[in-house]
Design a protein around this ligand. Structure first.
Ligand SMILES: [Zn+2]
Length: 58
């Protein structure tokens, strides 16, 4: 992981700096936000709604 990724300057997945990563996908131990570009974020966090629906309700 590069310094740019740790500082939120580059996508944590594909390391692209442009377009700027703007989706928070996690957190580093030093409390910095882990940012990913829209494409990678979609792959990392697929359809949050589906998870809620799949959760068994009692
Ligand atoms: Zn990316």
């Amino acid at each position: 992981m590069s310094a740019a990724q740790r500082e939120g300057d580059a996508c944590v997945v594909c390391q692209k700096r442009w377009p700027r990563p703007r989706v928070r996908v996690g957190r580093f131990p030093n409390d910095m936000a882990a940012l990913a570009c829209a494409d990678c974020a979609e792959a990392l966090v697929p359809a949050p709604l589906a998870t809620v629906v799949a959760f068994p309700s009692r």
